[in-house]
Design a protein around this ligand. Structure first.
Ligand code: COA
Ligand code: AMP
Length: 627
């Protein structure tokens, strides 16, 4: 008999209307959609047009209405404060409905945008759901981004409100958030009406004009009912790094997203309403949006939200303590977290000392899962270690073994096969499909399934230019790799300037822009070099202007500070090497792609037009991370 997952995949491609039409029944609609796919405006496709719903009602109200109000919805566990806070579905609904009332009292209406810059506190999830309840569009910005990045997002999303906290806590260090928001507001051209500030006990934020404390905003709030919106209305915008230029505002709609969340948690991850699920990421990333907040709550299970790191808080046993204490059934994190744990505890002693019997599988995504980490985790845990490949743009996995639908045998180095809804192809530069086993550009045949980006915020044209016109009829993932003889996908790295640092996606082009702004720099290249824990870290190769005398140590410190101030600590930018020259073609183009290939260990042919091969040879140790 055919594998059920494979059969589902085949049907989803042959009959998307039927497949996703049935899946729509997983959520509650105010007006059920008359049809699943609207293909009247290719290459732009929409799902469930004509359907009406509220995403927050699907995440909260419907569970309470069905008598599950006393079930645990959220377990917040902070390794920094030592506190565990639990909300039932009824309690979370009350908190969200009240905060939505507070936002409405501040003038927030359906369609308005809200920028959320919060650490990993329950209020982050409450704020997101409160926006969803009102039909407002949230845009959560990860706390590791600096004010200029936040300002760029404010100017693109043009929010009516901002929501922040007095501070985050990072490896035991208190990071004041409010001054960063104040600075971003000073830099941005757009003026938001107000900023709601959560005062945490670890720091007190100074309040200014237009600022209102969370508790004060709540004081006169009346709980509000969910506002029904169109399936195609935006639920959120999440900004992600792309090839140079301003960050891309990935749009997520309400209907397609709710169905994709409701379908993927049970089918891909094998998690149902009676489970405890933990996605160890940050709400600022897509993994946090999809699998800390929306998918588990729409499914009706308990979601763990963890403030802490995998190591050092207090030790490499932090994750296993959380799994044992909350009887977690499924854990999702990035390979980098496992590498960090492995480095501190290679024998897995912390793991062995805890009762991990509740755990059924470990899921890893966000960057390539290297075979060593896969083998180590599999052996130590004695459980399936399931690699899954996706992107901010797709919002849920493109390829994985389906834990809820006949899991496939796992192969090291591969996130298994395409998930239902995704038609994965490998294309050469001309857009022709390459034979199995041959590397090329990984592309997805249109239409993409529900829950994936319908467009970029306010910019259909940029969406088409950046993703849909590279290979007509396909969405270009920006990833390179191949398919093997069993149809397993191997994702080997990006074909553009994006690098992946500790599971965080960053643009080297953007970093180059900042490095080049230093007055001593004539030209530069930022390349992602191999790092044992973070997978990749950025390294700047800089050529100093002739006649300028610099102290390399001093220059490095200045450039590192510049990147930290402009992009943020998340860039993990620490290395600057002064070099005599950068490799170029005879026409003067810097050979970035060739350098990236050397750094990634990929065989990029050196162009015959190279001006002086010795310049490149001299840089090889730096690119390989040996120097
Ligand atoms: N607010 C403020 N600063 C932040 C921050 C936040 N929310 N998140 C990270 N930073 C800072 C860190 O403190 C660090 O600053 P430093 O240079 O002063 O030390 C810098 O940004 C880089 O952070 P990070 O890349 O997370 O490095 P780390 O050394 O602190 O931790 C790991 C490394 C691997 C343990 C950690 O990245 C991790 O657990 N990652 C896996 C989970 C994950 O987040 N995946 C993402 C998507 S699934
Ligand atoms: P992000 O948008 O931050 O989720 O980053 C998406 C990018 O991370 C993808 O385009 C890939 O380059 C990489 N990525 C994510 N998951 C995997 C995986 N399982 N295997 C290989 N690369 C991955």
């Amino acid at each position: 008999m055919a594998n059920a997952g494979e059969a589902a995949h085949a049907r989803s491609l042959a009959d998307p209307e039927g497949f996703w039409g049935e899946a729509a029944a997983l959520i509650d609609w105010d007006t059920p959609p008359p049809r699943a796919l609207d293909d009247s405006r290719p290459p732009l496709f929409r799902w469930y047009a004509g359907g009406r719903l509220n995403t927050c009602a699907n995440a909260l109200d419907r569970h309470v209405a069905r008598g599950r109000g006393d079930r645990v919805a959220l377990i917040h566990d902070s390794a920094y404060t030592g506190e565990v806070t639990t909300y039932t579905y009824a309690e979370l609904l009350e908190a969200v409905a009240e905060f939505a009332g507070a936002l409405r009292a501040l003038g927030l209406e359906r369609g308005d945008r809200v920028i959320i810059y919060l650490p990993m506190v329950p209020e982050a999830l409450i704020a997101m759901l409160a926006c969803a309840r009102l039909g407002a569009v949230h845009s959560v910005v990860f706390g590791g981004f600096a004010p200029p990045e936040l300002a760029a997002r404010i100017d693109d999303a043009r929010p009516r409100l901002l929501i922040t906290a007095s501070c985050g806590i990072e490896a035991g260090r208190v990071v004041a958030y409010k001054p960063l928001v104040d600075e971003a507001r000073r830099l941005a051209e757009h003026r938001a009406d107000a900023c709601v500030v959560l005062q945490r006990p670890q720091a007190t934020a100074e309040m200014g004009e237009g600022d209102i404390e969370w508790t004060q905003a709540l004081a006169s709030a009346t709980p509000v009912d969910p506002v029904v919106v169109e399936a195609t209305d935006p639920l959120y915008i999440i900004y992600t790094s792309g090839t140079t230029g301003k960050p891309k505002g990935i749009v997520r709609d309400n209907g397609g997203h709710a169905v994709a969340m409701a379908w993927s948690l049970p089918h891909v991850y094998g998690i149902g309403p009676d489970d405890v699920w933990w996605a160890a990421s940050d709400v600022g990333w897509v993994v946090g949006h999809s699998y800390i907040v929306y998918a588990p709550l729409i499914t009706g299970c308990a979601t763990v939200m963890y403030e802490g790191k995998p190591v050092g808080t207090p030790d490499a046993g932090a994750f296993w303590r959380v799994v044992a204490q909350h009887r977690v059934n499924g854990l999702f994190t990035a390979p980098t977290a496992i590498r960090a744990i492995k480095k501190e505890d290679p024998a897995g002693e912390h793991m062995a000392s805890r009762d991990l019997s509740s755990l059924r599988a470990l899921f890893l995504a966000g960057e390539r899962l290297d075979p060593d980490t896969f083998a180590w985790a599999t052996e130590r845990l004695g459980l399936p270690v399931v690699d899954n490949w996706w992107q901010t743009e797709t919002g849920w996995p493109i390829a994985s073994s389906l834990r809820g639908l006949d899991p496939l045998p796992l192969k090291p180095g591969s996130p298994s096969r395409p998930v239902p809804g995704y038609d994965v192809r490998v294309l050469d530069e001309r857009g022709d499909e390459v034979p199995g086993g041959t590397s090329g550009n990984i592309a997805l045949r249109l239409p993409l399934p529900p829950g994936t980006l319908p467009t970029l915020w306010g910019d259909d044209e940029r969406y088409v230019d950046a993703y849909l016109s590279v290979f007509p009829g396909f969405y270009a993932t920006g990833d390179g790799g191949h398919l093997d003889e069993d149809g397993y996908v191997y994702v080997m790295g990006r074909t553009d300037d994006v690098i992946n640092v500790a599971g965080h996606r960053l643009s080297t082009g953007e970093m180059e822009g900042v490095v080049a702004s230093h007055p001593a720099i004539a030209e530069c290249a930022v390349i992602g070099v191999h790092d044992e824990i973070k997978g990749q870290v950025p390294r700047a190769l800089v050529v100093v202007k002739s006649g300028v005398d610099v102290d390399p140590g001093q220059l490095e410190a200045e450039i590192v500070a510049l990147v930290r101030d402009q992009i943020g600590p998340v860039a993990a930018f620490k290395e600057v090497n002064v070099v005599a020259a950068l490799p170029k073609t005879r026409s003067g183009k810097i050979l970035r792609r060739t350098m990236r290939g050397i750094a990634d260990g990929r065989d990029e042919p050196t162009p015959s037009t190279i001006e002086d091969p010795r310049v490149l040879e001299a840089l090889v140790p730096l690119l390989r991370g040996d120097a």
